[in-house]
Design a protein around this ligand. Sequence first.
Ligand SMILES: [Zn+2]
Length: 181
Amino acid sequence: MTHGSRKRISFSPTEPFRFCPADGTKLSEPRPSGGVTCPLCDRSWYRGSAPAVGAVIVEDGKALVTIRAREPEKGRLDLPGGFLEVGEHPADGLVREVKEELGVEAEVVGDSVLQATHTYGEGGDWVLAIGFRVKILGGEIRPADDVAGVRWVSVGEIDDLDFAWAHDRALVRAALERENS
Ligand SMILES: [Zn+2]
């Protein structure tokens, strides 16, 4: 089995569409706004960041962080959360992700404590990250396969932790400071 003849073409969801997603017509160079109009069906197509949500769970003054079991950023620290499904409300998506990753029922507490944009993975895809404080309602934490383990961290440890994404450090800090104020 050989992969040698495969040509790797860079593509991420934030690059302009090259073909109309509706009818496959080849598209020309995008306008400065990033939009491009299909000459066949006259639809205009735009790219945007993919929305993702992250949870800070605080108990007894410490925040829960997860250890990534998979690439990208395997072995580094992360927070429970993930990409939203199409049409999904951020709070619903976060409750779903916490259930999937930790096996517990949870609810979002208050408004978003952090918004950030960052890139993800090899392709450098842009992500719009929305962070919330989350409370566990019941159940025992049982990490899923994509989580190698969990740690409870205090505000004094935050600077020394190996977070995969810088905004997660900021989110943990914001949530712990809000909790202690
Ligand atoms: Zn079209």
